[in-house]
Design a protein around this ligand. Sequence first.
Ligand code: SAM
Length: 280
Amino acid sequence: MSAIDGLPPLRQVIATHGLSARKSLGQNFLLDLNLTAKIARHAGDLSASDVLEIGPGPGGLTRGLLAEGARRVLAIEKDARCLPALAEIAEAYPGRLEVIEGDALKIDPLAHLTPPIRIAANLPYNVGTELLVRWLTPPEWPPFWESLTLMFQREVAERITATPGSKAYGRLALLAAWRAEARIVLSLPPEAFTPPPKVSSAVVHLTALPEPRYPADPKVLERVVAAAFNQRRKMLRAALKGLAPDIEDRLIAAGIAPTERAEQVPLEAFCALARAVAAG
Ligand code: SAM
């Protein structure tokens, strides 16, 4: 049976183009077009946006994004074997899909995109986390993107959306909460993928805030948070000793008890501490 876009089912696409999954590329494919359309809907209203998709593979999510009305999709894929399958999708949606072959960590997609831009991806988890950190820490804010809709290992998704006091709370949660609204919108069992990975997954949707939630110098905040969570079990006066000789005074100036541990400190207090540290 052909799908709504008139293209063959994904199992057939994979067989026709010999796209056996490669572990080295983190290939766990989504073959259910209802599911990929659902993920695309979580990315928001796509009709007025260009969508940057990283790692389209055989094109399940790409087809979901296009079927859900994305104005244009720019897809970056490292595995050249996928290009003929993606070319068929481009033909079914004239003028709406551009594919670039290459490593998303090395390509600057901006020249190919017109704002507003939304990003959607089902990526290998290590690449996904690296790109997420990059997208959350550009030199200027607001960033080039309006929203990110990204698949992660469930445990990583929980780290991105964690709140103070939980084990998952740390650098990723603070980075995400400072400049974005982040929430888990969908949970997926291993069987949703072919082949199934070992662990469950979740889709995280992040919306860029027009400006950071609290004022702080990004570099100083990053330094403070990294030092605090590098030794997360220590009291902050010990964990942050290297940042300033009078760190206890600065903690107090920021309204944080020097005996507190990083896990308990909310974003607002970390930003106040970054300002106190930057005050010289
Ligand atoms: N989006 C497809 C889906 O949902 O079925 C494929 C998902 S699979 C988890 C990850 C895809 O990312 C693969 O197609 C893989 O070849 C591609 N990929 C891996 N590393 C990449 C990189 N650095 N840059 C671009 N694509 C990459």
